[in-house]
Design a protein around this ligand. Structure first.
Ligand SMILES: Nc1ccn([C@@H]2O[C@H](COP(=O)(O)OP(=O)(O)OP(=O)(O)O)[C@@H](O)[C@H]2O)c(=O)n1
Ligand SMILES: C[C@](O)(CO)[C@H](O)COP(=O)(O)O
Length: 231
């Protein structure tokens, strides 16, 4: 299948895919591990490319796999592939650096969230288009959360009503994300964190259970089930 991206679209999607997948266990870099016989990255890019607003996709691949990832994705969608970095933040920065002129909305989306529906890509982009500088999809926290000391003794129970589990795609006005990545500081685990440090408000929108991040073996088993049942 060749997905033709929309030349009139206003959204560039950066796909950090250069992680090792240490928590998944020994094997290929995580984005290249198989889910239903295809790499996680293929599933992720196929769903991004199905979102009508998407103009450009840039993938940050493991350094040793850049050529292989280009070949892998050529039949899936037109993508730009760059070498990733040692940290997720560096991979995102490398992808952001090659976004062509045009799209003024930039989404950052983990390859590891392989089954994310195109509708979530569109809803995050729509929230940025409607006026928010930074938008993140979130889910409520469903477990009781404890703060625990170094000795594994509970220090207290956290008020979960003010907590949210954060997903991707995270969406930004392009200039806001560019400025946040240009600022120096320790690497953070998500791009909204960088934007928060700039004092920019970050809006939460509803996430999706299907945007789960494949992190541990159980997540991969769950994703296999979801894929087999039509997601
Ligand atoms: N240096 C890195 C590290 C992570 N990522 C990407 O960032 C996303 C979220 O990271 P995570 O799911 O935590 O992946 P890993 O870093 O590979 O996981 P682990 O910590 O278990 O190694 C993934 O799509 C991953 O490929 C990346 O592009 N470059
Ligand atoms: C960006 C992210 O997916 C939001 O939940 C997450 O922080 C990335 O995970 P990592 O393990 O920190 O790379």
């Amino acid at each position: 299948m060749t997905a033709q991206l929309n030349p009139r679209g206003d959204v560039a999607v950066l796909v950090p895919a250069a992680g090792a997948g240490v928590r998944l266990g020994p094997g290929a870099p995580k984005a290249l591990r198989l889910l239903g016989g295809e790499p996680l990255l293929v599933h992720a890019v196929r769903r991004i490319a199905a979102a009508p607003s998407v103009h450009t996709i840039v993938v940050a691949a493991p350094v040793a796999e850049v050529g292989a990832v280009r070949e892998l994705l050529a039949p899936v969608a037109p993508v730009v592939v760059v070498p990733g970095g040692a940290e997720r933040q560096a991979s995102v920065a490398a992808a952001l650096a090659v976004v062509p002129p045009g799209p003024q909305i930039v989404l950052v989306h983990d390859a590891a969230r392989a089954l994310t529906p195109p509708e979530l890509v569109e809803s995050v982009a729509a929230a940025v288009r409607a006026g928010d500088d930074a938008v993140i999809p979130v889910l409520p926290v469903v477990d009781t959360i404890k703060e625990v000391g170094a000795d594994e003794v509970v220090l207290g129970t956290v008020d979960r009503s003010v907590l949210r589990a954060v997903q991707t795609p995270q969406g930004f006005r392009r200039a806001v994300l560019t400025a946040a990545h240009a600022a120096t500081g320790d690497p953070l685990t998500d791009d909204a964190g960088l934007v928060e440090k700039q004092g920019v408000p970050v809006r939460c929108v509803p996430g999706s259970e299907y945007a789960l991040k494949v992190t541990r073996p159980f997540d991969l088993a769950l994703a296999e089930h979801l894929l087999a049942t039509g997601h």
